[in-house]
Each structure stands twice: as structure tokens, then as C-alpha cells.
Design a protein around this ligand. Sequence first.
Ligand code: KIV
Length: 274
Amino acid sequence: MSAEYWPAGRRITIHDLQAATDRGERWSMLTCYDALTAGVFEQAGVRALLVGDTSAQVVFGYPDTVPVTLDQLIPLVAAVVRGTTTALVVADLPFGSYQAGPRAALASAVRYLKEAGAQAVKLEGGRRVIHQVETLVGAGIPVMGHLGLTPQSVNVLGGMRRVQGRGQAGEELFADARALERAGAFGVVLESVPAELGRRVSAALRIPTVGIGAGMYCDAQIMVWQDMAGLTIGRLPRFVKRYADTHAALLAAAQQYVAEVASQRYPDESRSYA
Ligand code: KIV
């Protein structure tokens, strides 16, 4: 980590992310949905935090990202902003908050900046949302694109685990990525695409590509934090690497707490007021 290049005492901006990419430095993003966790990730050197619509699943317990609303996400974005001082906070525009057109997109994004203090927004799609991207950028709102597996389209894609961008779909994705850059996006997430397509897009764009299941050639990486830290269990996508077993640690702690309450070992005198 070349800490000397990153600003101290102020928020990272989209220009800092571009500068890191220009000098060939790989940087990290994680999703985040609360203040405490945000502080930990910032301390670890995560440069940008995405308050993703994956919160629909990992925070709110929905089966996919479709149901979550802007009103549900705004308090989470505000919490992550309050929990950090240097990380760039990107707020995910949920399904239904921008598809209707540039006016809807602008109204939603403005709420994120004004009510929650986000520094940037993310939306899914390429050429089909290009007018939204142009309008937001024109209004001074940094926009991150999202191509490949776009979970808000789960009902069209017919599932969530499929690798996207094979064959002709790869050419379409490539054209979408170029269109996003031309429209002024400051970065683009590539989700669940072949590594070779991730390499091609990263080589063709100047703006950073942020990979999630898009191989080793992307300029930056992002993961859902509960996947990265091993809180989620069950069948996980191939690209997920669990850097801890938080599920096991939390389970063991909670089990011990339950047992100590039952056996009256907690609270003992040392944890009681005289
Ligand atoms: O909502 C989210 O967490 C995302 C990431 C998977 C990139 O969009």
C-alpha cells in the first residue's frame, strides 16, 4: 500500500482513485452498511465504501435486491458517512429509483448527497441508462457504472450465479463500458465476467474498473463484506475468498454468552455495580 499518495485528514475523491489507477496501484473497495464497520474498513486502508443494494439481502433479509428502497438505504448511507473521515462513500441507486429516466435519477441521487452526505452514486447498466449518467455527471454528481451481472435484473437474467459477458454479450459489455466512460462515469464495476473480458475492458478504459468476479486484471476490487469476512455461509460464488470465519466466531461468542447466562457465570461480581 503506498500510503504516501493517499490524502490524510480529508476524504478521498474520485480524482485520488483515478490517480491511483494512473500510477498502477491496485486499491480496494468493500460494501458497508453501518458506522462501526465502516470505521474498521477505513482503518484497514479500504479507499472507497459502497453502501450497496445488497443490503436488501444482508441487512434487510429480502431474497434479492429488487425490494429495497431509497428510503431504506438513506439511513445506512448516512451511518457509513458518519463512521468515516477519509473513505469515499458511494451510494447504490436501488431498483426503481433511476430507471424511469434522468429526472428520476437526478432526484434520487440528490437525496443521497443532501440527506445522507454520499460523495458518489452507482447505478446498473450501460447504454440503456446513459442519459441518466450524463444528467447526473452534468449536475456535478460522480457516477459509478455497473456491468456484467446486474442483480437488479435478476428477473430477466433468470438467476444470480451466471457468468455474464461470454461471446457476443462480451462485445455488448465492452461497448457499454466505453459509453459509460464517454458519459463521464468515474469508474465501472464489472461483476461475474470472464477474466479476459475484465482485462480487455481495463486495458481499454482510462477510468478504473472495479472487479467482483472479474479476474485479476481489474484496477480495483470490491466484495460484499459479509462474504469477505466469512459471515455469510452456504454456497458462495467462486470468486469469494473468506478472509476470516466471522460466522464461527460470532456463533461461538453468542453460544458462550447464552451458556454463561444460563449457568449464572455472567454477570459475576466483577461486572456488577457495588
Ligand atoms: O450492491 C452491491 O453490493 C454491489 C456490489 C456487489 C458491487 O453492487
